[in-house]
Write a protein that binds this ligand. Structure first.
Ligand code: FDA
Length: 305
């Protein structure tokens, strides 16, 4: 299983496969995890999710770009997403990846795209969450968050990954900003020098950092499909009388949909992360790596006509 996971994560960064995937459209069963190739298709899914009591964070897929043109187009697409959400009156915000907006080209270029996006979010009274990517981009992402938080206040949030050793220290460093975090386990392949290699340690640290965030009184987005962690959070907020408007659960589109629905029916805020676009390959490969059993439906879809 670990070998399969490593192989899928290695393949997730393959540029040739990524280019081919863009050209051939949603394939290999990717439509299970990706809401469509266009904003219009994704907005239909957003409306249906809202209808069923779930709120959304919309993600225009893309990452690791080295083209200034692509970075500019991605920023324009995110702005269009914010505008589509506002004009539809949808209960949704957006998530972005900084390497999609040119972080690998230059920090100032990416910052200028982020300023355009977050100022539009502010104008529309919306919210932008910076997804956290691999370790190499962790520090610049945190720095950019600090800068944007100072400029735009509550319209920007970030993600912390429980698998990184540095996460707890980052929480200390960012405490003065009263941050709104999404807490996740972490989806990239990282070396044992920077991340817990053992899943049980990651799970333990996840609970440790959520508890810290809730105890600090800052908004917590608990992003996991893990029953044990979800049950722990439900128990802790009850015990501490933490109101339901101080946290939310988040899950990915196409994963544990019945559980998403059930939590919403129990009165919790549940946000579905809805990715769309043609650049689906890296995202899809990470979803396969999280659960190598998913590879079997890829194989089935290859033989389906
Ligand atoms: P875990 O992997 O232990 O899974 C628990 C259970 O969930 C499994 O037993 C299975 O039932 C189900 N499950 C999990 N993954 C599945 C899959 N792919 N297919 C089918 N079932 C699955 N990561 C990151 O590094 N940076 C980020 O910015 C984000 N953003 C993000 C947003 C949201 C809303 C979510 C839910 C997750 C992320 N992640 C992320 C991904 C995260 O780091 C992690 O890789 C996945 O959520 C899988 O871990 P779980 O916490 O679900 O637990």
């Amino acid at each position: 299983m670990a070998v399969m996971r490593d192989m899928l994560l290695y393949l997730s960064k393959n540029r040739i496969a990524n280019r081919m995937a863009k050209r051939f459209g949603l394939r290999l069963g990717a439509e299970r995890f990706v809401a469509g190739e266009t904003l219009a298709a994704a907005m239909k899914k957003v409306a249906a999710l809202n209808e069923s009591g779930l709120v959304v964070t919309l993600d225009h897929l893309g990452e690791f770009t080295r083209s200034e043109q692509e970075a500019k187009e991605s920023a324009e697409e995110v702005v269009k997403g914010l505008q589509a959400i506002a004009s539809a009156g949808a209960a949704a915000n957006v998530s972005v990846k900084l390497t999609q907006l040119g972080l690998d080209i230059s920090y100032p270029l990416c910052l200028s795209h982020m300023r355009t996006i977050v100022s539009e979010a502010k104008r529309l009274d919306s919210f932008v969450r910076i997804d956290m990517e691999d370790y190499a981009h962790n520090e610049p992402s945190i720095q950019m968050y600090e800068q944007l938080r100072a400029e735009f206040g509550d319209h920007i949030g970030i993600v912390l990954q429980a698998y990184l050793f540095k996460t707890e220290a980052d929480m200390e460093r960012l405490l003065v900003l009263k941050p709104n975090y999404r807490l996740v386990k972490g989806a990239y392949k990282e070396p044992p020098e920077v991340a817990f290699p053992d899943k049980t340690d990651v799970d333990r640290n996840f609970i440790h950092i959520i508890k810290k965030q809730l105890d600090n009184g800052h908004y917590a987005a608990v992003a996991t499909h893990d029953d044990a962690i979800i049950e722990w959070v439900k128990g802790y907020v009850k015990e501490q009388a933490i109101p339901v408007d101080r946290f939310e659960f988040q899950m990915l589109y196409g994963i544990r949909t019945a559980l998403q629905q059930q939590l919403a029916e129990e009165g919790y805020k549940v946000r579905t992360y809805v990715p769309y676009g043609t650049d689906w390959y890296g995202y899809f490969m990470r979803r396969l790596a999280e659960r190598p059993e998913n590879v079997s439906f890829v194989l089935k879809s290859m033989f389906k006509r």
